[in-house]
Write a protein that binds this ligand. Structure first.
Ligand SMILES: [Zn+2]
Length: 243
């Protein structure tokens, strides 16, 4: 397991970075630490941990994440090599576009071609080789977390989500690095907000449909009137249902 850069806690780069994020108003919480050369991939000790160094050490992190310096020092004193999670969404007003690999890069290029370039903003190179673009959400807008819904290889870290922040360690041994330190997060571009809001509407309708009890009754009754492999007829509603 990699050592913390300095054994002296006051020079612990992780806690210093966490305190810096808190000063910007971004609530932070400790994440587990990947074990780069260990037989177990993560400090959670699960030999099959699929999320090494990316999941919380504390319960209820969306609420317990904090901007209080004393609490932050106490958390990192307990686990000095913890990776850093920043809460996204309404608590920090941050929306982070997480672009993963070649697939994500192609998706972003396509979106920029269609809607215009993303503005210069705070950008982090992830330990896994992806990019995190930090944007500020308008006060009255809430966008939910989503994975791959906007475009393949592009995740949105917003309400209900978090992002691993520099100088956290990736399981491959690389650290998350701030790309353009002088640039504050830019306001989230309008076109991106509009696209994400439209996803929101679709998701809500889908959710209603999935949860709707009438649909379950409908499907169950359709089943009885199944006439072929791919179509049902419901005599009560005089309707065909295709699958
Ligand atoms: Zn783990």
């Amino acid at each position: 397991m990699e050592k913390v850069p300095d054994s002296d806690f006051t020079n612990n780069e992780l806690v210093l970075a966490a305190l810096g994020y808190a000063q910007l108003g971004w609530p932070v919480f400790p994440l587990h630490t990947p074990r780069v050369n260990g037989d177990r991939p993560c400090s959670c000790d699960d030999p099959k941990c699929a999320n090494a160094g990316k999941h919380s050490r504390i319960r209820q992190w969306p609420e317990k994440a904090t901007t209080d310096p004393d609490q932050i020092r106490a958390l990192w004193r307990k686990w000095p090599d913890s990776n850093i999670g920043i809460v996204t969404g309404h608590r920090s007003r941050l929306l982070i576009v997480d672009v993963d690999g070649q697939e994500g890069a192609v998706s972003i290029a396509g979106l920029e071609h269609q809607h215009g370039s993303l503005p210069n903003t705070r950008t982090v190179k992830t330990g896994g080789g992806g990019l995190h673009y930090y944007f500020v959400l308008p006060e009255d807008v809430e966008i939910r977390n989503s994975a791959g819904e906007l475009a393949p290889g592009v995740d949105i870290r917003s309400s209900g989500g978090c992002a691993v922040a520099p100088p956290s360690l990736h399981k491959n041994g690389k650290r998350y690095v701030l790309q353009e330190s002088s640039i504050d997060p830019a306001p989230c571009p309008d076109w991106l907000l509009e696209l994400l809001k439209s996803l929101e509407t679709i998701a809500t309708w889908e959710e209603m449909f999935v949860r709707c009890p009438i649909r379950k009754i409908w499907e169950a009754s359709c089943h009885q009137f199944r006439t072929s492999n791919h179509a049902y007829y419901h005599p009560l509603f005089d309707l065909w249902w295709r699958t």
